[in-house]
Design a protein around this ligand. Sequence first.
Ligand SMILES: [Mn+2]
Length: 376
Amino acid sequence: MMRFVQTSDWQIGMKGGGLGEAGPIVRETRIESIHNVLKTARDRTADFVLLCGDIFEHNMVSQEDVKRVIAIFNQYPDIPLFLLPGNHDVLGADCIYNRPIFQRVEHLTIFRTSDPVEVGGATLYPCLTHSQFKMQDLTGTIPLVRESDGIHIGIAHGSLVGKFPSSNWEDIDLPIDPCCPDRTGIDYLAMGHWHSYRAFPDQNGTVRMAYSGTHEQTSFDEGYAGQCLFVQIDKRGEAPRIEPVRTGALKWVSKEFEMRDSSSLMEFRDCLESIKGADMVRLFLRGQLPLELKGQLDDMLEFQTTLHKNLRVKSELLDVTAPPHVEVTFDFGDRTLNQTDAHLRQILERETDPTKRSAVLEALTCLRRYAKEAEA
Ligand SMILES: [Mn+2]
C-alpha cells in the first residue's frame, strides 16, 4: 500500500503583477500555505510528497524566498520530498535547484534525469524535460511495466493532450499522452502545470491521471484551485483513491451587481452580506445610480475594504445619473459662477464616458450646493 501527497505549481517568487495591491498578500500566503501541504502529508502519514513542477516561479527567484521554503521543508524532516522541475524552474545551467542550499536538504530528492527511483514498495518515473517547449510526449521515457511487480507512479509536468475543457487554458506545450497509464501499465500518473484540480477517468471510470492544481489560488479566474491530493494505492493494479484536500488559505470571490434605482443600495447591502468571509473580492458594478446616492455607495465600499484582505471595485460600467435639477439653468447672481455652471452643463451634454460624466456631475452639484449655502 502506498500513500502520498501530490502538489504542484506553488510558483514561489511570482510577482503577481496583474494583482495590484493583492500581489504581496498572495505572494506571502503562497509561502505560508506550504505548511498546509506538508501538514496533510504528516497528519495522514503519507509515505512521501510529490512536488510536480513549477515550485518556483523562475530560476532567478531571490535567495530569501528559497530560504523561506527550505525553512518550511526543514520543519517536516520525516517526510521524503520528491521534486520534479517544471517549465518555470526548468533544468539547465542556471537552474534554481543547482544552488548549494538545495543539496543540503537531506529529505529532498530533486529529479535530474528520467531514471526510475525506488521508494518503499513503489517505483517513481520522473518525466524530465530540459526545454520549456518540448513538443513530444513527456511520458515517452516511462518504460512498459505491465509485467512488473510493485506500484508504479509516473510524474510529469505538462498539458494533457485533448483534455482542454476551456479555451483559455495554456496552449499545448509539454504534451502528455492521455493514454500513458494504459500504454505503459503504470498505476498512476501525477501531473503538474495546470492550476486547477482535474482528474481524468479512463473507460472503466478509474482515475489514473490527475492534476492537483496549485496549493493556493492565484487569481479570480482559477477554479478548483487551492488543494493538494492525497493519493492511496492499496496494491498493484487497483484503482487509486484520490482525495483533494484543501490547502489554500485565501477565499476568492468575484461578484456582479446591477444598480437600477434608489432601492438598489438596499439590495447591494444583501449582496455584500453574501460575500462575508471572502478574502479577495472583485466587484463589478453596472447599471445606473442616481448621483445623490453616489456618496452612500462610496461610504459602503470604503467600509467594505475593512472587511476583506483585498477589495477591487470595477465601476466603469456604472452610470451615475444626473438629478433633474442640473439640467436647467441656475442663476448664481455672479457672472463667473454662471459661466462655470453653463460650461459644466455643456461638457455633460457631450460626455459619454460614465466615469467622466460622474465627475462632472459631482462638480456641478457641489457648485450649486455651495452657492445655495452661501446664499443661506
Ligand atoms: Mn508549468
